[in-house]
Ligand binder design. Structure first.
Ligand SMILES: *Cc1c(COP(=O)(O)O)cnc(C)c1O
Length: 398
């Protein structure tokens, strides 16, 4: 396994841009930030941390998280299972998608050592049993409990999860056929309210009481928030305290394991994207990446991202700032990001803009629409563009 943190000195973003004058967007990976974010989270969470691979499946990201102590991976497709198994042969992989293809279940079980599968219906339970050929001595079944629409920025309540009555029935059915039984939920992504976990745990407790089933795993999902401009989430410790309180109020078997499935919180700060300004019209900058590339969350979902201007060649940059909006490169007029992006007032064609916090659901959501799918990739040593839990502590120690 590569120990990324001890590689020879990486360039800074400014060094890289000055040397390469890149014509394409540059995905700038910060391995030390990823590793430190992982360490911080793993230290804080009183149980097993499963990284939600969909958030950013870049092999270097997986390596950096492994270096930070992440040993469990939440996969939602057989492609993710294959990737993690190939890169991290010692890892524990859990198949956390409630509606899987039969072929995916079979391959995960037979070839990749996956033993835990999420279900939210009796049909999926039957499917998993058939495709794993009833290997009851090893099978883990985790029931996904539906939550009411909550306060998360990204609501995930509409699609998956069994309502409480159905979850009770599934827990009992699973207990009869599986070696390990669990209950999981997801409060929604970028959830700023620690009490959301306490409420979900209360709901989980009612389901457990009614079922009379002793569970082996309680999985509190992902959704842990990160900073964006004007968004300062409560400290991670507040979320952990809420989870610990919520769990303590339940009557769980002593051997029950606690799991979580963070994505965004582990990787957002660990990657930025450098875009080039190809044109300017008043307060609008036309750049070479957009909503069909790494910036989909800056489009309709309206996330704001931190940014800074990079100008090479020694020309001074204006001191005043202007609130810009960005246009992406495709021909779709929806390819527009309102921001506002606060940048020097004289931003102009030929400048670059580094946009931060794109390690989560940024580079992983790119499409090839309109041909704009080429990009460069660099590993850099810069600190993140926004305050990142655990990272300042690392810098102080260094
Ligand atoms: C997407 C997802 C996660 C990760 O969510 P974050 O908000 O990025 O922490 C975890 N679990 C499941 C089941 C998911 O679908």
């Amino acid at each position: 396994m590569t120990h990324i943190r001890f590689r020879p000195v990486l360039p800074t973003v400014q060094d890289f841009v000055s040397a390469e004058q890149p014509d394409l967007p540059v995905h700038c990976l910060r391995p030390a930030v990823l590793t430190r974010s992982a360490e911080h989270f793993v230290e804080a969470f009183p149980g097993s941390v499963l990284y939600a691979v969909k958030c950013n499946p870049d092999p270097a990201v997986l390596d950096a998280l492994w270096a930070g102590g992440v040993r469990h991976f939440d996969c939602a497709s057989v492609q993710e299972v294959r990737l993690v198994r190939r890169l991290l042969p010692e890892s524990a992989i859990h198949f956390m998608h409630p509606v899987k293809s039969r072929a995916a279940i079979r391959e995960a079980w037979e070839w990749h050592g996956v033993r835990d599968f999420v279900i939210d219906s009796a049909a999926e339970l039957a499917k998993v049993l058939q495709e794993t050929r009833g290997a009851f001595g090893e099978l883990g079944l985790v029931v996904r409990l539906a939550l009411p629409k909550g306060g998360a920025v990204y609501d995930l309540s509409g699609k998956f999860g069994a309502e409480p009555g159905e979850a009770v029935r599934l827990l009992r059915m699973a207990r009869a056929v599986a070696h390990r039984v669990g209950l999981c939920f997801h409060v929604g992504s970028q959830c700023l309210d620690p009490a959301a976990w306490e409420r979900a745990l209360t709901r989980a407790g009612r389901v457990l009481d009614e079922s009379g089933v002793d569970i082996d795993i309680l999985d509190v999902g992902g959704g842990f928030p990160v900073s964006y401009p004007d968004v300062e989430p409560p400290p991670l410790a507040a979320f952990m305290a809420a989870i610990v309180r919520g769990v303590a109020a339940l009557d769980l078997p002593a051997a029950c394991e606690l799991w979580c499935e963070p994505g965004r919180a582990l990787v957002a700060a660990g990657q930025s994207v450098v875009v080039r300004v190809e044109g300017r019209r008043a307060g609008h900058l036309f750049v070479n990446d957009g909503i069909y590339g790494s910036l989909s969350d800056a489009g309709a979902p309206g996330f704001r991202f931190p940014c800074r201007l990079i100008r090479t060649g020694g020309d001074p940059v204006a001191d005043e700032t202007t609130a810009f909006s960005l246009f992406g490169p495709t021909c779709d007029s929806a390819d527009r990001m309102e921001g506002p992006f606060l940048l020097p007032a004289d931003a102009r064609e030929g400048d670059w803009i580094e946009i931060g916090q794109l390690g989560a659901y940024g580079t992983s959501l790119r499409t090839a629409f309109n041909g704009f799918d080429e990009a460069l990739r660099a590993e850099v040593r810069d600190p993140p563009l926004l305050e990142t839990p655990g990272y300042a502590a690392l810098e102080r120690a260094a």
